[in-house]
Design a protein around this ligand. Structure first.
Ligand code: SUG
Length: 416
């Protein structure tokens, strides 16, 4: 069996909008009330997937969840006239950020030799708290083969869990055993800490991880206060490389030492605040990048165009590439519609290390399927949404029909 990293991107849903629902997410707050462009957003996401496929990477996807979520709106007994912000929570396309769908422990790390996935409860934000039941259905379908996968329900809601966005894995190669690093937050600042330490510990125990190959590290409170609501806004790891900002962790020296003790091969590529300030790191989303191993073995960093266009960041990247570091290539991508809601290239994907032949093939994508998806998106996704229109019956119908057309086209109608 050959284990590879598969990136499962969330297809940007037809209700993609800027309702400004995420406290602590500076981009989403700054764009609250703007007109969104769901069709362009979904095509940007698809282009990113195609770019990664062209690099030789294995690509999967998850379909958008049903929106508006009528059951949720009924549960909270709200309508468009009562409380617009609360009402908008039923329309969010936030499941596109699949880095928050689940935490994944690949088979070489777990006691029973299966790949374990725990769906994230996302309880801190109302608009995300109702994602998990539909996400779970999708995970159970994609990873139905119980010889290779174990799919878990969410951690109890008293422990906030935001999934893989707060989880990193260091390993000599994807298919080898790894060190799993869980990064939790402790609040106290102006923004909530979404990942609770106990949620991470629940997930690690349920996945059957070897305590010798697990670490729980605190995210720096300054990073949360600066708008890094998830660890993946300030750090990303791939195989033996940890790429992070100097202020990513509460006690950086202790964090690196603990990682080195358990995984001596680690190469830490740390960006100092003197080169890129924390504020610029969060604004440009430099670290919300996909750090990937290309088929020839070198590592590439897939970054948002915004990072590439930020002079401080560009200077640092140019210097890094000119040097002898482990990251050899920079690939800027345009995911501006998602970025305006605080979702960069890394937010848009869930990494699963698995043998692709054990995954339901309907969730894997090749160029032919990408073309089918592009046509459906072009034909059905609303061109634009004004958040003031959330609640209009016509809009609700076109959002529903667009999703149905996609599910039909992909043979996934059972998710309807
Ligand atoms: O949870 N934005 C998402 C962005 C998630 C980014 N994910 C990672 N860093 N892995 C969030 O804050 C904005 C939605 C709105 O305001 O309508 C939003 O939910």
């Amino acid at each position: 069996m050959s284990l590879v990293e598969i990136n499962f991107d969330g297809i940007v849903g037809p209700s993609h909008n800027y309702a400004g629902l995420s406290l602590g997410n500076l981009a989403a707050t700054a764009h609250a009330g703007d007109i969104s462009y769901p069709r362009a957003a979904a095509l940007q996401g698809l282009e990113k997937m195609r770019g990664n496929m062209a690099l030789g990477l294995t690509q999967g996807f998850f379909a958008p969840l049903p929106r508006p979520n009528v059951a949720w709106l009924e549960t909270i007994a709200v309508d468009a006239a009562t409380d617009r912000a609360l009402y908008a929570t039923g329309w969010s396309a936030s499941s596109m950020w699949t880095a928050n769908a689940a935490t994944v422990s690949p088979a070489p790390d777990t006691a029973d030799g299966r790949c374990h996935l725990s769906v994230a409860n996302l309880v801190t934000m109302a608009h995300r708290s109702h994602e998990w039941p539909d996400t779970l259905r999708q995970l159970q379908l994609a990873f139905a083969d119980q010889r290779h996968f174990a799919v878990h329900g969410p951690a109890p809601p008293c422990f906030g869990d935001e999934g893989a966005a707060n989880h990193m894995r260091l390993t000599s190669a994807h298919g080898e055993p790894g060190l799993e690093v869980f990064v939790y937050g402790r609040s106290g600042g102006r923004f909530p800490a979404r990942q609770h330490e106990q949620a991470s510990r629940v997930v690690a125990r349920r996945h059957g991880l070897d305590p010798e190959r697990v670490l729980f590290i605190e995210q720096s409170p300054e990073a949360i206060a600066a708008g890094a609501f998830h660890n993946d806004v300030v750090a990303v790891a791939n195989e033996r490389v940890l790429f992070c900002h100097e202020q990513a962790f509460a006690k950086p020296a202790a964090a690196y030492a603990a990682i080195r003790e358990r995984f001596p091969e680690v190469e830490v590529v740390e960006v100092p605040s003197s080169a890129v300030s924390l504020a610029e790191a969060v604004r440009s989303y430099l670290f919300n990048a996909q750090l990937v191993t290309l088929p020839a073995g070198e590592q590439a960093l897939v970054i948002p165009g915004e990072a590439w266009e930020t002079p401080q960041v560009r200077r640092w990247l140019d210097k890094m590439i000119a040097g002898n570091g482990p990251i050899r290539r920079i690939v800027p991508v345009d995911v501006r519609q998602s970025m305006a809601n605080g979702g960069g290239p890394a937010c848009l994907r869930l990494r699963v290390v698995a043998d692709p032949s054990t995954v339901d093939p309907r969730f894997l994508i090749d160029e032919i399927k990408a073309e089918t998806m592009a046509k459906i998106i072009e034909g059905h996704w609303p061109e634009q949404i004004d958040p003031a229109d959330l609640g209009e019956e016509d809009l609700a119908n076109s959002v529903r029909k667009a999703r149905e057309a996609l599910l039909d086209g992909l043979g996934l109608s059972e998710l309807a």
